[in-house]
Each structure stands twice: as structure tokens, then as C-alpha cells.
Design a protein around this ligand. Structure first.
Ligand code: HEM
Length: 162
């Protein structure tokens, strides 16, 4: 792990960023926050709907704006996060919150892929009525997703306090 962090810190991009002025880290951090806000704001609405809130609004209607917004936010959070860590990557060596956060992001992605394979999700997205078993399955998926992204956010916030 130390070798990977040292490599990230030693890239030409990282040394360019470190020399790019006092505002650089703050602006990238701002992009990280905007990415997190878009990702989590969209995911929160989608997952609460999966958990049964706003049941009168069809899932297909809620998914249309939230899924692309979450995807865009995710890409912004990940790209800015990688740039942020590159500033002084080796200082994060041994930080347990980073070691929980990064695998949690991978689990979050795997969960998205798994949910998209569910016949219940595909049926709901196509506008078909879901039966109680499907609804329970989607509710579990929403609960798992919320747990994962709350873990990522909590660990992200705590990294700096270790
Ligand atoms: C590969 C992906 C990511 C990397 C490498 C990364 C890296 C980082 C780094 C280096 C920090 C600053 C820690 C510090 O020194 O205080 C940070 C902060 C944070 N990250 Fe990430 N991050 C990634 C993705 C995400 C995602 C997807 C989320 C949320 C869904 C997230 C949530 C947070 C939060 C909440 C903070 C605290 C922000 C602040 O207080 O200013 N990160 N991240």
C-alpha cells in the first residue's frame, strides 16, 4: 500500500498540482464536495423510494433524474478524490478510514451493478407493477446502498481527524 501511495504522490501530475498555487487544493476539495453532494443527494432520494417512501411516484419517474445525477456526481467525486490524495498520499498510509472508504466505494459500485441486474429493478423501471416480494428485494437494495454511501461519507470526513 505504501508503494502505491508513494507512486501516486510522485507522479508528474501530483507535483504539478502541489506547485499550482495555494487555491488548487481548496478548489479540488470544492469539486469533491460538489460531487459528493450530487451523488448522495440523488442516491438518498432513489434509495428512500426503494425503501418505500413516496410510493405513489413510479420508480421509473424517480430514477430518470437521480441515476444520471448520481453517476455524474460519482465521477466528479472519484476524479477529485484521486487528485486530492495525490498531494500528500503517503501521509494517508495506515489511515483506517481510508482503508474502509476505498473498499466501501468498490462495494457501492458492485451494489449498483447487482441492482441493475435484478428483474425487479428492470420491471419497475419499465413501468410494470412490482409484487410484494420484488418490493422487499428493492427495499433491501436501497437499504444496502444507503448504508454503503453513508459509510463512504463518514469515513471521508473522518480521514482528516486520524
Ligand atoms: C477513489 C475515490 C476517492 C478518493 C481517493 C478520495 C479521497 C479523499 C481525500 C484525500 C479526502 C481529504 C481527506 C482529508 O485529508 O481530510 C477526501 C475527503 C472526503 N471524501 Fe473522498 N475520495 C474519494 C471518493 C469519495 C466519494 C465517492 C465520497 C462520497 C460519496 C467521498 C466522500 C468524502 C468526504 C465526505 C470527505 C470530507 C470532505 C471535507 O470535509 O472537506 N469521497 N476524500
Amino acid at each position: 500500500m505504501f508503494e502505491l501511495l508513494a507512486w501516486v504522490e510522485g507522479t508528474a501530475l501530483a507535483s504539478f498540482l502541489r506547485g499550482a498555487g495555494v487555491w488548487t487544493y481548496g478548489l479540488i476539495n470544492l469539486a469533491h464536495i460538489l460531487g459528493i453532494g450530487s451523488l448522495f443527494g440523488a442516491i438518498l432520494i432513489l434509495d428512500l423510494r426503494l425503501l418505500g417512501v413516496w410510493r405513489t411516484i413510479p420508480l421509473a419517474v424517480i430514477a430518470r433524474p437521480t441515476v444520471p445525477l448520481a453517476a455524474g456526481g460519482f465521477l466528479l467525486a472519484v476524479s477529485s478524490g484521486v487528485l486530492m490524495i495525490s498531494f500528500n498520499a503517503t501521509e494517508y498510509y495506515g489511515n483506517p478510514f481510508l482503508y474502509i472508504k476505498l473498499p466501501a466505494i468498490v462495494f457501492g459500485l458492485l451494489n449498483v451493478i447487482a441492482v441493475q441486474q435484478l428483474p425487479a429493478w428492470r420491471a419497475a423501471l419499465a413501468g410494470f407493477e412490482t409484487d410484494p416480494v420484488d418490493r422487499r428485494l428493492l427495499a433491501v437494495a436501497g437499504g444496502v446502498s444507503l448504508t454503503i454511501w453513508l459509510t463512504v461519507i463518514t469515513c471521508g470526513r473522518m480521514i482528516g481527524y486520524w
